[in-house]
Ligand binder design. Structure first.
Ligand SMILES: *[C@@H]1O[C@H](CO)[C@@H](O)[C@H](O)[C@H]1NC(C)=O
Ligand SMILES: *[C@@H]1O[C@H](CO)[C@@H](O)[C@H](O)[C@H]1NC(C)=O
Ligand SMILES: *[C@@H]1O[C@H](CO)[C@@H](O)[C@H](O)[C@H]1NC(C)=O
Ligand SMILES: *[C@@H]1O[C@H](CO)[C@@H](O)[C@H](O)[C@H]1NC(C)=O
Length: 383
């Protein structure tokens, strides 16, 4: 049964607790990365960390998704409306819909725009998907179409895909053979990492394959983060993905088939682990300029993965499938238990349009933080 939530969209997110915050001072960190940081003071309810995000054209806006204590699903909107910055919140699903503190995945594209990004959120050709776990750890889906359609329930639930519930999930979208495709990445209870792909034609529309078997697959509490390094309408996607096994981040790649990469980056964040992981995240940008840049971000663990309270960012070589030297991003003294990143696709000058959501609890009051990484591309050796 499909059900519709047009009223929420019609009401609009402005009605649901908008704050307008002056742009804070940009702080220059010891490593020289300029960070535009602000606390999400107006999150509407007791909420778990931001679990997923995507960034609109040229980094002008971002959507982010998080569950609440009582199982609601919220979409937050950040809009760069200089000289003020606005946040809004929209309740997508009522209490009891989302299993407590489980992962969320999201992806977004534009139907008739070659690069798949450029339209405003309300445009009739805007498309998005959000994936979440229900109380039985089954993947469920919300489908967004712009114009008057708004949000409807998707069809993946009918597949009854049971996930591990504690591993991350992730989604990408691309055009292939002339139709829209969406791929979702998750771990089964066995630890096997799977890909389930939807295509906008044919029957059945969903197909599932194994990317990493249970012997080499994700272990409990591992994030799973995948990116497409090609523009949306490229002939075929070029996918890079990361998952965890035995306290190590491993990578896989798809060009014409899935193969293992060469990353073996330590990670584990003990604070994050008790809250559903998300201590590493990958983002890709400039995919439309022919020079895709993929970065892997992770939280320091106070041991092999780096200093606690520090986020690291390392460029990923999509050909050699290795990480280059990491850059430390000492935002604050808080242990950042969770990070989620998103990057605008068609941004001329990285790292503009690169957003980072983090969660910290150093003061005993858990808080979201939202960072937009600006400037200093030379120091970050992004090219
Ligand atoms: C920004 O920095 C200036 C100079 O340090 C300071 O005077 C001002 O109060 C700061 N503004 C905010 C909002 O922190
Ligand atoms: C995307 O969907 C099309 C149409 O069903 C299909 O031919 C193609 O193989 C899919 N692409 C990938 C990478 O799965
Ligand atoms: C990526 O690795 C390849 C070797 O596989 C190398 O030729 C290339 O220069 C590397 N790219 C960067 C940006 O370091
Ligand atoms: C935040 O920190 C306080 C003090 O250490 C602790 O009591 C509380 O459980 C923490 N909250 C979460 C959600 O981790």
């Amino acid at each position: 049964m499909r059900w519709i939530l047009p009223s929420l969209y019609a009401v609009g997110w402005w009605a649901l607790g908008v704050s307008s915050i002056a742009i804070p001072n940009v702080s220059t960190l010891t490593e020289g990365i300029k960070v535009d940081k602000r606390q999400l003071t107006s999150v509407p309810e007791n909420s778990f960390p931001v679990k997923s995000t995507f960034v609109g054209t040229n980094g002008h806006w971002a959507k982010f998704f998080f569950p609440t204590d009582n199982g609601k699903l919220y979409m937050g909107t950040w809009t760069n409306t200089a000289p003020s910055v606005a946040y809004g919140y929209e309740e997508l699903l009522p209490a009891g819909s989302v299993k407590t503190n489980t992962p969320i995945a999201s992806t977004m594209w534009d139907l008739n725009v070659a690069i798949g990004s450029g339209l405003g959120w309300a445009h009739a050709d805007k498309r998005a998907r959000v994936y979440y776990l229900d109380s039985s750890d089954v993947i469920q889906e919300l489908v967004y179409s712009g114009g008057t359609a708004g949000w409807t329930a998707g069809t993946i639930g009918a597949l009854s895909i049971v996930t591990s519930g504690t591993n991350g999930i992730n989604a990408i979208s691309f055009k292939s053979n002339g139709v829209e495709n969406v791929s979702i990445y998750y771990a089964e209870p066995s630890g096997a990492v799977k890909e389930t792909t939807w295509t906008a034609s044919g029957t059945p529309q969903w197909t599932t394959i194994t990317i990493a078997s249970s012997t080499s697959g994700a272990y409990s509490l591992s994030p799973i983060t995948f990116v497409d390094t090609k523009t949306w309408s490229a002939t075929a996607p070029s996918i890079r993905g990361f998952y965890g096994r035995a306290n190590t981040i491993l990578d896989v790649a798809w060009d014409t088939t899935w193969t293992n990469g060469n990353v073996a980056q330590p990670f584990i964040d003990s604070t994050g682990s008790t809250n559903g992981d998300y201590s590493f995240s990958a983002s890709a940008w400039k995919v439309d300029a022919g020079t895709p840049i993929v970065h892997l971000f992770w939280c320091g663990d106070g041991a092999a993965a780096g200093t606690l309270g520090t986020v690291y960012r390392a460029p990923y070589n999509i050909t050699a499938r290795t990480l280059r030297a990491s850059t430390a991003i000492s935002f604050t003294q808080e242990p950042h238990s969770f990070i989620v990143t998103g990057a605008a696709t068609n941004v001329a000058t990285p790292p503009n349009g690169n957003h980072l959501f983090a969660w910290g609890n150093s003061t005993g009051t858990p808080a979201f933080w939202h960072y937009r990484l600006n400037g200093d591309s030379a120091q970050l050796a992004l090219h």
